[in-house]
Ligand binder design. Structure first.
Ligand SMILES: NC(=O)c1ccc[n+]([C@@H]2O[C@H](COP(=O)([O-])OP(=O)(O)OC[C@H]3O[C@@H](n4cnc5c(N)ncnc54)[C@H](O)[C@@H]3O)[C@@H](O)[C@H]2O)c1
Ligand SMILES: [Zn+2]
Length: 384
């Protein structure tokens, strides 16, 4: 008999009138309701479940069984582990699979995995037949708060990260906090790196969108953490919900990143360069953690905010077991080259998101030239 898991589903995003809206459901046990959800949205008969070998099989089989129980025809595709799956080769193998199984416009790609899986599977769905349905079940904290929300999909090219992609809204994002139980410690903390970024943009989002904060600002919730977060921390679901609400509000206000959406890139210009130069041995969330501290230091050196903010951020991130300095083995010259290939580059300058005034407020269009960036990187190494 079909087991309906307990718990009240929080559905976000449905009230938005934005042209590119998408629904996000949050509840423990949601993986076992995948089939119901596909039925609710009127999905076609075929579903391609895309995942990675390192995703525990239980999460995949719970979701697949619920889909089969509802009468859908399930196909599976396992991507290689890690960031490597965001490649042209893997994208092509996904297209081939969809084609061999004769997928049509109404059929669905269901991505089960971290941000790497949701990015490449989402891009395959965005491009196959010029766009078929995607449903995302993010299984890392980072993908639950960020990568799976907002419709950005893509792959890496040899010149850098996410250089080919599309915006394609998933029909539904299913956030099941149970799946975090198996997430390796390092990946859990990596997700906190992205959550800290939200804390440093929250006031800007409050000022610019319909987002209403909870009783405490995220920065105050995070400052009260005495040590690294655990997957079963009672506050984790409300932290995830706040981040998702922030991202949905930003995406509704600026789906194509003309302006406000750029605030989500705080810490990412250096973060992406660190990921690339370290050959992805530093995770996305770790790169964002270091990049956010760098952005604070740059803002302070430009007289935008008090030095105390950087000390607070370093202490908070260190308590969460996140890195706050550049690893010794990464040459600043190579980081500069990687940063100058960023999508936000304009000639020999680059547009940076920089904190401004108080924690939570940012300016999104700060133009920094290559010389200024190099000396800021050298200062960052010197002050480590
Ligand atoms: N599209 C966007 O808006 C957006 C935003 C932020 C990040 N991203 C992208 O997301 C990627 C990073 O995502 P990530 O941090 O989720 O890393 P990831 O997808 O590489 O996953 C990390 C590791 O955890 C494993 N894993 C995932 N879920 C698990 C679970 N529940 N139990 C055990 N193991 C599990 C994965 O197989 C992988 O080995 C980067 O490529 C980044 O560019 C995209
Ligand atoms: Zn990110």
């Amino acid at each position: 008999m079909k087991r309906i898991p307990p718990g009240r589903v929080v559905s976000l995003g449905m009230k938005s009138n934005a042209p590119l809206r998408s629904r996000v459901d949050i509840c423990e046990g949601l993986r076992e309701r995948c089939g119901d959800v596909l039925k609710q949205i009127g999905a076609g008969k075929k579903v391609l479940v895309v995942s990675q070998a390192s995703i525990p099989s239980q999460w995949i089989s719970d979701a697949s069984n619920s889909i089969t129980d509802e009468g859908f025809e399930v196909f599976t595709h396992t991507l290689p582990d890690g960031e490597e799956c965001k490649s042209t080769e893997e994208l092509m193998s996904l297209w081939s699979k969809l084609q061999e199984a004769s997928f049509e416009r109404n059929d669905t790609v269901l991505a089960i995995g971290g941000g790497a899986v949701t990015d490449v599977a989402g891009f395959a769905a965005a491009t196959y037949l010029r766009g078929i349905r995607s449903v995302l079940m993010p299984t890392t904290l980072l993908a639950q708060v960020d990568a799976a929300i907002g419709g950005k999909t893509g792959i890496n090219l040899s010149a850098g990260k996410n250089l080919a992609g599309a915006i394609h809204m998933p029909e539904v994002v299913l956030i099941d906090s149970d799946v975090l139980a198996t997430l390796p410690e390092r990946d859990l903390q990596s997700g906190m790196g992205e959550i800290v970024k939200y804390a440093y943009i929250e006031r800007t989002i409050i000022e610019s969108t319909e987002y209403k904060p909870g009783p405490k600002l995220l920065i105050d919730v995070l400052k009260s953490f005495k040590s690294a977060v655990k997957a079963d921390d009672p506050s984790i679901t409300s932290i995830i919900t706040s981040c998702v609400r922030m991202k949905l509000a930003v995406v509704a206000a600026d789906p194509h990143e003309k302006r406000l959406r750029r605030c989500l890139n705080l810490g990412h210009t250096l973060g992406h360069a660190i990921e690339k130069v370290s050959d992805y041995s530093i995770t996305h969330g770790e790169g964002v953690s270091i990049g956010t501290v760098f952005a604070l230091q740059l803002a302070i050196s430009m007289g935008r905010m008090d030095a105390e903010h950087e000390r607070t951020a370093r202490a908070m991130l260190s308590r969460m077991h996140l890195p706050v300095v550049l690893p010794d083995e990464l040459p600043v010259e190579q980081l500069l080259v990687a940063m100058m290939k960023d999508k936000k580059r304009q000639g020999s300058s680059i547009k940076f998101v920089l904190p401004n005034g108080e924690a939570g407020l940012v300016d999104i269009d700060c133009v920094i030239d290559a010389d200024q960036l190099m000396s800021a990187l050298e200062d960052f190494v010197a002050h480590a």
